[in-house]
Design a protein around this ligand. Structure first.
Ligand code: MG
Length: 339
């Protein structure tokens, strides 16, 4: 089996800001695995928060050990072999895992959801993210969210109140908030959560720095809103301790290392009686289609990466009335626009 790795730089429709940074482009890689005239597609969005760059992802993905002859029966062992190449680089691992699932689905003639035992897909409601900006811009962005049923507002700065009020002044939609570790102590976090609880907010993502276990456990006991782990939730190992501190987990392919691990994490979350959101880093229809297949088993989805970028070179998952629908086609159900 052959692998090709290509850098992918796409522009955001609007500059995109969270508590740690603001960006105008998303830098990722596209992976293509091919054999027997069939190509599987995967995508990585390397994240500096986890020590990844475009260069390090590319270096990992190029020359990763793949079997001379790939077969659907050896999908899992092939992914484990990819992982054995080295530590870290989970977004690159995810891109290869996704491409292998796509290839196996195409060879088997089955959409990914059917490989996992579901006959038909359903619509998945996704939140649409409003990055941190000035209150005027945030109000304007909120006015442009017509088709979306749920908004996700990035918070975690001194401007939380004015930004939230700017958005609330033009919409009564359900809002989820994501502090991206931005609230620095548990009392500040609880004050803001109490205030948000009066404002039709559904849940709070990563209120405090990852690893603040004692403070987060205290916050979970006192919070009127469900708390979801994102930066604190990477892979299957480490999930046990999350249930003391959080009500739910945000599972992302770029953090988990791909679909194989993410599906196991989803099952583990159920064992731990935790709620599940399938989220995303920035990305195109490749990664969002893969995530939407998995989200068919989740409680919440935040899969708007392809909706935030200007020129998606791929098409796959479709937005209909604020819901994402995977294509009923083999593999991830994704194609290249210019092919
Ligand atoms: Mg988050």
């Amino acid at each position: 089996m052959k692998i090709e790795v290509e850098p992918l730089i796409v522009k955001f429709k609007h500059p995109f800001g969270i508590s740690r940074w603001t960006r105008t482009v998303s830098r990722g890689i596209i992976v293509r695995v091919s054999q027997d005239g069939i190509t599987g597609l995967g995508e990585a969005s390397p994240n500096q928060r986890y020590g990844e760059t475009l260069e390090s992802s590319t270096a990992f993905a190029e020359g990763v050990p793949l079997p001379d002859v790939m077969r659907p029966e050896i999908l899992e062992e092939t992914i484990l072999q990819v992982w054995s190449k080295g530590e870290g680089e989970y977004s690159a691992k995810a891109a290869i895992d996704m491409a292998l699932f796509d290839w196996v689905g195409k060879v088997s003639g089955k959409p990914l959801y059917r490989m996992w035992g579901k006959d038909k897909p359903h619509g998945v409601t996704t939140s649409f993210t409003l990055g941190i900006d000035t209150p005027d811009v945030m109000r304007q962005k909120a006015e442009e969210t017509g088709p979306y049923r749920v908004l996700k507002l990035k918070v975690g700065t001194d401007s939380d109140h004015v930004n939230f009020e700017a958005v609330r002044s033009v919409t009564d939609k359900v809002i989820r908030v994501d502090a991206n570790e931005g609230w620095k102590d548990k009392h500040q976090a609880l004050d803001r959560i109490h205030w948000l609880n009066e404002q039709n907010v559904e849940l709070v993502e990563q209120p405090m720095p990852a690893g603040s276990w004692d403070d987060l456990a205290w916050l979970k006991q006192h919070s009127p809103l469900p708390l979801f782990a994102d930066e604190d939730c990477g892979r299957l190992a480490g999930m046990e301790k999350l249930s003391d501190a959080y009500h739910g987990v945000n599972i992302k392919l770029d953090k988990s290392g791909g679909l194989l691990e993410a599906k196991k994490m989803l099952e583990k979350a159920r064992e731990l009686d935790m709620q599940v959101m399938i989220g995303c880093m920035t990305g195109t229809s490749v990664s969002m289609s893969a995530g939407t297949h998995l989200a068919l088993w989740a409680d919440y989805a935040d899969l708007d990466g392809h909706l935030l970028i200007a020129d998606d070179p791929f098409e796959g998952v479709e937005l209909r009335d604020g819901q994402l629908w995977v294509r009923e086609e083999p593999g991830l159900g994704v194609s290249e626009r210019n092919h």
